[in-house]
Structure formats: structure tokens, C-alpha cells
Design a protein around this ligand. Structure first.
Ligand code: ACG
Length: 480
């Protein structure tokens, strides 16, 4: 399965208001099919005062800028007819301050007050979040509420069983609308405040119990639901959640790939594989597949991070030749740019995808100007789709390779040799086997049978049995 993270507002506009919508996405399903995508992770589409949609004001609604339930129905039917799954991002950890539950709490309705966490005498209202030093207690109407992600988004209190039931209903509702699964936002944050000690503290055991219950509930409704979790943390913490979901985003490994390319260090990549893809090194079946990615909407885009198209190609080559599920953040297939100064201002990595080299045209979204992707610089779909040497053509070739060798998704890894300059691994699954060589620097000579089934990525020369790999290239020899 190849997944695509899609931000609707910046995708395709179906009603000429400059904002991407459900109708627009339906029009462009063929673009995704042509790219080779099987599954779309759709960022939140519910009503929200925020452009990013992560502060929801009504869990069972669609932001009217994006369309209505009929549009959703048409989109999901077309997607399913064309063989594309659509997974919805649901942030359930918090709501918007505009959500009815919070408004009723502020009006003093006790039932709703218990949906949230309020400061008491023991609370240190100056306690700061452990990343970004942001405040977590926010003053409103002479009291303080807990909101880890800022004053616009009070956290729900999952110690209250009624809240748990309400959230179950939310999952049932969207499955009923035809979504194929969920991306579980902020999965480690459901229980991250200890209400006995009154201080911030991750309670992973309680989170795991909560998600077990939700997963069971979701699978009872759709036993094939795709459930993807977001636990952004160190390898030790990510591991705690392994075995719980179908797919878990592998944050540590996303840094590993980028750092190995930045520092031109093959040996580092090998060590990081052993650490962060450990379930692919042992014989036991993999329960939670590694959701492999290079960037997402909370991060600086790949080109802006690595600074050269050669490095971007190399990082993509690594992503598509390893087991797990590869995810592409929209626009990365065009090597779009975007630099985040701070994770709280994600609009810098969420610019409109450019359909036309001119930057304007039918369906082009214009809600935000092109700050990082100036028009006329070859970053448009129009410029790249007919150029066989474009980055888009390169990504399509990689995806096609992956689809022809879909077994790699479940392959086991064995490291055959590593140095700072290059790394060789064996991938195997049932009767399939491949040798993959990642050449980071200098030239590398490899001998292979003239008729062997080989796939090269990036720069190489072949002279009979000898293949000479240039720096930052990958060679795959499929053995069976
Ligand atoms: C999700 C969404 C994001 C969204 C929210 C809130 C959650 O993708 O768009 O914000 O609905 C934390 C959370 C994530 C969260 C990000 C934005 N992402 O855990 O769930 O923030 C450290 C912390 C992580 C933290 C990360 C952020 O540990 O918890 O993610 O920093 O940079 C090593 C360490 C690792 C460390 C990293 C990075 O890998 O091992 O621990 O991670 O380095 O330093 C949206 C908006 C926000 C808005 C919110 C309401 O984007 O602006 O405020 O909604």
C-alpha cells in the first residue's frame, strides 16, 4: 500500500472560491491513481475555526468550505470504485473553544464542566509544555482550563466515561459515512495529565487501554478498517504502542533517513534501521507495520530541509526500498518547498499544490500565496508531468517499482555489509529475495548477472556484468 497525506484546502478547488474541497479532490482522483496511490490520509475536514482543522467545533460536521455530506458521499464512492481508500484524521484529544461542550461548560453546566480539566489549588498554572515552552493552563472567566495544544483547544477529560462514549460515537459516525479508517491524532496525549498529582505526566498504559477499546469498537463496525497512530516520540516510547494498531508512524526513522543523507553516513542508516525497524529483523510476524515517511504537515518540507534535489531523490529511494508502508506528504512528489520555524505555524508547509506553471487556472487553490514555491520555477504538475526527467516522473517510477514488488512491504531485513560509504542489505519474504545496495559516497562497482532483474535508482553506469554506482544511488537486484 502506498499512502498520500492530503490537505484538502491546498489541493483542488471545485467551486472557484480558492479553497480546495471534496468536489475538487474527486476531480483529481485520477492524478493520485496515475501517481500510484492506494490510500489517502485526509487531514481533518470537520468544522473548525482553524485553517488546519485540528480544533474541531462539531465532530459530526463537515467544514462548509469543503462541501457537504453529498459531496463526501460522491467522493468516497468514486474513490472506492477506483480502488483508493480514504482514511480520516480525527483529533479527539481536544476540541475548539467554540465546541458546544466547552461553551456549555463555561455557562456552568456541570455535566459539561466534567468534560474538561480545570485547575485546582494544587495546580501549577505556570507549568510549561515540555516542547516549545508553551503554557498549558489558560485563563478564561476567572478559572484555568488545561489545553496542551494552546488556548484555542481545551483537552477533553477522558477520566470521564461519558467522554469516552461520546468519542466512540464519533468513530461510528464517520465509519457510517464510508471512511476506510482513521489516523489517530496525538495518540499519546489522551492521558497526559495526572489529575491526582496535578501535573503533566504521560500515562502510556492508560492510553494503550483506551486505544485498545477504541480499536475494538472500530473493527466491530469495519473489520478491515485501516488504523494509523501518531505517537511522535523517541524509539522507546514508540515501541510501547507497537502491536496495537495496523500502522504506526515511525517518527524516529523519518529523522534517521534524513540525517543519514545529510551526513552522508551509510553506517548510521544501518544502525538506525536495526533500532527503528527492529520488528523487521526478527522472525516473528509484524503486527504494527512501520508507517515510513520523510515529512508531514508538522515538518519542514524535504527539499527545504536537505537543500538539493540529489539528496531528495536519495532519501525517496531509501523510503521506497524498505519494508513498511511508505507515506508521501502532498506536494513532496513535486519537491515543493516550505520551512517551518515553529510547529505551531504549519501553514508554511501547507502551501497550495501548483497545478499550473503560471500559478493560476481552473481548480488552482489560492487561499494562501506561494511564499516558498514561486511560480514558474518548475514545481507545478503541468511542468513536471510531461518531463520524463522530472522529480514527479522519478517518484512515479519508484512507486511503480514498489508496486511490482509489493512483497517488500512485509520483507525481513538482514544487514550484509556496512561502512560509512555504503550499505548492503538482503530483503526476504516467503520465496522472494532482493539485494539492496545504498551507495552514499564514491563510486562503487558491483558485479551482477547480465540477465538479472535489476533496478537502479539515480546515477549508475552498466558495462556488461559490471554496474558502477555513483554517489547517492541505490541498486536493487531481485533474486527470485
Ligand atoms: C498532531 C498534528 C498537529 C496538530 C496536533 C494537535 C497534533 O499532526 O498538526 O496540531 O491536534 C506534538 C504532539 C503531536 C502533534 C505535534 C504538533 N501533532 O505529540 O501529536 O506536537 C517533541 C514532542 C512531541 C511533539 C513534537 C513537536 O515529544 O510530542 O509533537 O516535539 O515538534 C525527537 C524526540 C521527540 C520530539 C522530536 C521533535 O524525535 O524523540 O520527542 O518530539 O524530536 O523535537 C495542530 C496545529 C497546532 C495547533 C493544534 C491545536 O498544527 O498549531 O496548536 O493543532
Amino acid at each position: 500500500m502506498i499512502c498520500y497525506e492530503l490537505y484538502l484546502r491546498s489541493f483542488f478547488d471545485g467551486n472557484a472560491d480558492g479553497i480546495g474541497d471534496l468536489d475538487g479532490l474527486e476531480c483529481k482522483l485520477d492524478y493520485l491513481i496515475d501517481l500510484g496511490i492506494d490510500c489517502v490520509w485526509l487531514l481533518p475536514i470537520m468544522s473548525s475555526p482553524a485553517f488546519h482543522g485540528y480544533t474541531i467545533s462539531d465532530f459530526k460536521s463537515i467544514n462548509s468550505l469543503y462541501g457537504d455530506f453529498d459531496d463526501l458521499d460522491k467522493l468516497l464512492s468514486s474513490a472506492h470504485r477506483k480502488g483508493i481508500k480514504i482514511v480520516l484524521d480525527i483529533p479527539v484529544n481536544h476540541v475548539s473553544v467554540c465546541h458546544e461542550w466547552f461553551i456549555r461548560a463555561l455557562q456552568g453546566e456541570k455535566e459539561y464542566e466534567e468534560f474538561f480539566t480545570w485547575a485546582d489549588k494544587k495546580t501549577d498554572i505556570n507549568e510549561l509544555r515540555h516542547w516549545g515552552n508553551a503554557r498549558i493552563w489558560h485563563n478564561i472567566d476567572k478559572r484555568y482550563f488545561y489545553g496542551l495544544f494552546g488556548p484555542g483547544s481545551p483537552d477533553l477529560n477522558f477520566e470521564n466515561p461519558l467522554v469516552v462514549e461520546k468519542i466512540k460515537e464519533v468513530f461510528s459516525f464517520w465509519l457510517g459515512k464510508g471512511f476506510d479508517g482513521f489516523r489517530l491524532d496525538a495518540a499519546k496525549h489522551i492521558f497526559d495529565y495526572n489529575t491526582v498529582k496535578m501535573r503533566f505526566e504521560y500515562q502510556h498504559d492508560k492510553n494503550i487501554a483506551f486505544w485498545k477499546e477504541m480499536r475494538k469498537h472500530i473493527l466491530q463496525i469495519n473489520k478491515e478498517a485501516v488504523i494509523i497512530s501518531e505517537v511522535w516520540d523517541s524509539p522507546e516510547i514508540v515501541k510501547k504502542y507497537e502491536g496495537l494498531f495496523e500502522i504506526g508512524f515511525n517518527f524516529p526513522f523519518s529523522y534517521s533517513i534524513k540525517d543519514s543523507v545529510k551526513h552522508t553516513d551509510a553506517s548510521f542508516l544501518a544502525d538506525e534501521m536495526e533500532k527503528n525497524l527492529s520488528s523487521y529483523f526478527i522472525d516473528d510476524p509484524v503486527v504494527t507495520k512501520s508507517g515510513n515517511f520523510l515529512t508531514n504537515h508538522d515538518m519542514t518540507r524535504l527539499y527545504s530541509e536537505l537543500g538539493s534535489i540529489k539528496d531528495v531523490r536519495f532519501a525517496f529511494s531509501i523510503l521506497f526500498t524498505l519494508p513498511g508502508i511508505p507515506f508521501i506528504y502532498y506536494g513532496e512528489e513535486l519537491a515543493m518547498q516550505g520551512k517551518l520555524k515553529n510547529v505551531d505555524f504549519t501553514e508554511d508547509s501547507e502551501e497550495p499544490i501548483q497545478w499550473y506553471e503560471l500559478g493560476y487556472g481552473y481548480g488552482q487553490t489560492e487561499w494562501k500565496g506561494f511564499k516558498f514555491n514561486p511560480v514558474g520555477t518548475g514545481r507545478s504538475v503541468q511542468a513536471q508531468s510531461h518531463d520524463k526527467n522530472s522529480f514527479l516522473s522519478f517518484v512515479k517510477k519508484l512507486i511503480l517499482f514498489r508496486k511490482e514488488n509489493i512483497w517488500i512491504e512485509n520483507a525481513k531485513i538482514q544487514i550484509l555489509g556496512k561502512s560509512k560509504k555504503s550499505l548492503s542489505i538482503k530483503l526476504s519474504y516467503q520465496d522472494k529475495e532482493a539485494l539492496v545496495i545504498y551507495n552514499f559516497s564514491s563510486l562503487k562497482r558491483v558485479l551482477c548477472e547480465e540477465n538479472s532483474n535489476i533496478f537502479y535508482i539515480n546515477n549508475f553506469q552498466r558495462k556488461g556484468k559490471e554496474v558502477i554506482l555513483g554517489p547517492k544511488s541505490v541498486l536493487v537486484i531481485i533474486r527470485k
